[in-house]
Structures are given as structure tokens and as C-alpha cells.
Design a protein around this ligand. Structure first.
Ligand code: NAP
Length: 247
């Protein structure tokens, strides 16, 4: 039995990385997937791959920092599939710099995508889930939201904010049958992490008790569990998936 049979799932930032793996896995488990990304070529690729494998997927281009795009994403999904069961707020960017060097633009960009983007998409999707009386929202935070990180004032502020919003929405939307949870990945082997200098990457690996980076698929498996009916009593949780780095 497929774990997400006929559920309709939106995954933001699913052109590559963790989002892409999530889209492929959800489709494999029977979900109708709305692949969304700011990059149309990458997003179309993910959706095409799902359809070639016999799954159901459409691509909707959306820059999550734009409220109109988030609205269009929710409306297009509802029009195409008639409902929205799952929203994975996964799109995110890095614009690292130490406090003294960080520009206002770097700060604003990361807050717009990683924090406001989550607000925009959730606000657009929530009315539809409320009407259904059911839904799952998975917000992608990061372990750095829990312990801070050198050079990431903007990113840590946004990801800590995502945890805060998750707890508010778990309270506000829980009564309407909607579960809202946050996931904090550690260091996962994606393009995002490949931009980190080799020396720092090696130091990061050494800090992880499991001695390696995580794989996007491993994070997608956790999203799958949270999105499935197996996790119907999990609400407002903040779950780390980090090889033990926070121990
Ligand atoms: P990734 O490989 O960079 O993928 C992120 C995707 O989001 C890209 O396809 C990107 O498009 C897209 N995107 C960027 N800005 C967007 C916007 N404004 N609207 C819609 N889509 C946008 O990143 P990842 O490593 O898979 O990370 C996925 C999520 O996990 C992020 O929220 C990240 O912060 C979080 N996370 C990752 C790690 C890690 O170690 N990788 C650890 C903790 C948390 P472009 O290709 O055009 O940029």
C-alpha cells in the first residue's frame, strides 16, 4: 500500500536537492505532486522525471518570496487536483557573511525567501486545508537555528523564525485538523552544501557522530513519514535529522 496514495502535495524548491528527492519519493508513494521552484528548467525536469516513471506531477513556477506567486501556486493546485493535502515549505537560499560584512541586501534576501516565503505559502494554502478539515505542513528549518552558526546571521534568524511560526500554526491550525511540524536537517549533501569550502566541509563531517553528511533521500524519508497518516498525532514538533551533530 502506498503511503501517500492520491494525496496532493506541494513541494517548494523541488527543482533540485532535498526538494527534488522529496518530490520523487512522494510520487513513488502515490502522491499527486506539484513541483514548484523559481527555476523553471529544473522544476520541469523533476516533474517530467516523475511522469516518465508513471507518477502524477505538474510544475508551477513560483518565487516563494512573492505573495502573488504563492497565491497562484495554491490556486493552480486546487484547480488541477481539487485539494491540497501536504505542503512542504522547502525552498531556501544562503547568502553567508559575518555580521560586520553582511549587506542589507543579503539580510533581506534570505529573510524574504527563507522566512517570508514560508509565511506566504502557508497563508495561501491554509484556507484550503481548513476547508478540508485536514492537512500536513512541513516547514524546513535547520540545525543551525538551534545552535547558531558562524557567518549566518540572516539564515539562522530566518530558520529560527520558521520554528517559531511552526509552533504558532500548530496551535492555530491544529484545531482545524492540520498538523504543522518543523524539520531541522544537519549537513546534507546538496548543491547548497557544495558551495561550502572543502576545509570547512571536512571540519563539519568531523563534528557529526555518524562521521558523514546526510543524503537528501534520508531527509525526504522523514518528510514522507510526517506527511503520511502514520504521523497524525505529531503536531508542533521540531525534529532534527543530523547524524547526531546536536547531541
Ligand atoms: P538547494 O539544493 O539549493 O535547493 C533549493 C531549491 O530552492 C533550488 O532549486 C532553488 O532554486 C530553489 N529556490 C531558491 N530560491 C527560491 C525561491 N525564492 N522560490 C522558490 N524556490 C527557490 O537546497 P537544499 O540543500 O536542497 O535545501 C533545501 C532546504 O533545506 C532549504 O530550506 C535549506 O535551507 C534547508 N537545509 C538544507 C541543509 C543542507 O545541508 N543542504 C541543511 C539544513 C537545512 P535555484 O536553483 O534557482 O536557486
Amino acid at each position: 500500500m502506498n503511503r501517500l496514495q492520491d494525496k496532493v502535495a506541494i513541494i517548494t524548491g523541488s527543482g533540485r536537492g532535498i526538494g527534488r528527492e522529496t518530490a520523487l519519493l512522494f510520487a513513488h508513494e502515490g502522491a499527486k505532486v506539484v513541483v514548484s521552484d523559481i527555476d523553471s528548467a529544473l522544476g520541469e525536469q523533476t516533474a517530467t522525471e516523475i511522469r516518465r516513471a508513471g507518477g502524477t506531477a505538474i510544475f508551477v513556477r513560483a518565487d516563494v518570496s512573492q505573495r502573488a506567486d504563492a497565491q497562484l501556486l495554491a490556486e493552480t493546485t486546487a484547480k488541477e487536483f481539487g485539494r491540497i493535502d501536504i505542503l512542504v515549505n522547502n525552498a531556501g537560499i544562503l547568502r553567508d557573511a559575518t555580521l560586520l560584512k553582511m549587506t542589507e541586501e543579503q539580510f533581506d534576501q534570505v529573510i524574504s525567501v527563507n522566512l517570508k516565503g514560508v509565511f506566504n505559502c502557508t497563508q495561501a494554502v491554509a484556507p484550503i486545508m481548513i476547508q478540508q478539515g485536514k492537512g500536513k505542513i512541513i516547514n524546513v528549518s535547520s540545525v543551525v537555528a538551534l545552535y547558531g552558526n558562524f557567518g549566518q546571521t540572516n539564515y539562522v534568524a530566518a530558520k529560527a523564525g520558521v520554528i517559531g511560526m511552526t509552533k504558532v500554526w500548530a496551535r492555530e491550525l491544529g484545531r482545524k485538523g492540520i498538523c504543522v511540524n518543523a524539520v531541522c536537517p544537519g549537513f546534507i549533501s546538496t548543491e547548497m552544501v557544495k558551495s561550502v569550502p572543502e576545509k570547512i566541509l571536512e571540519a563539519m563531517k568531523e563534528k557529526v557522530p555518524l562521521g558523514r553528511l546526510g543524503e537528501p533521500r534520508e531527509v525526504a524519508q522523514l518528510f514522507l513519514f510526517l506527511a503520511s497518516d502514520e504521523a497524525n498525532y505529531i503536531n508542533g514538533a521540531v525534529i532534527s535529522i543530523d547524524g547526531g551533530i546536536t547531541v
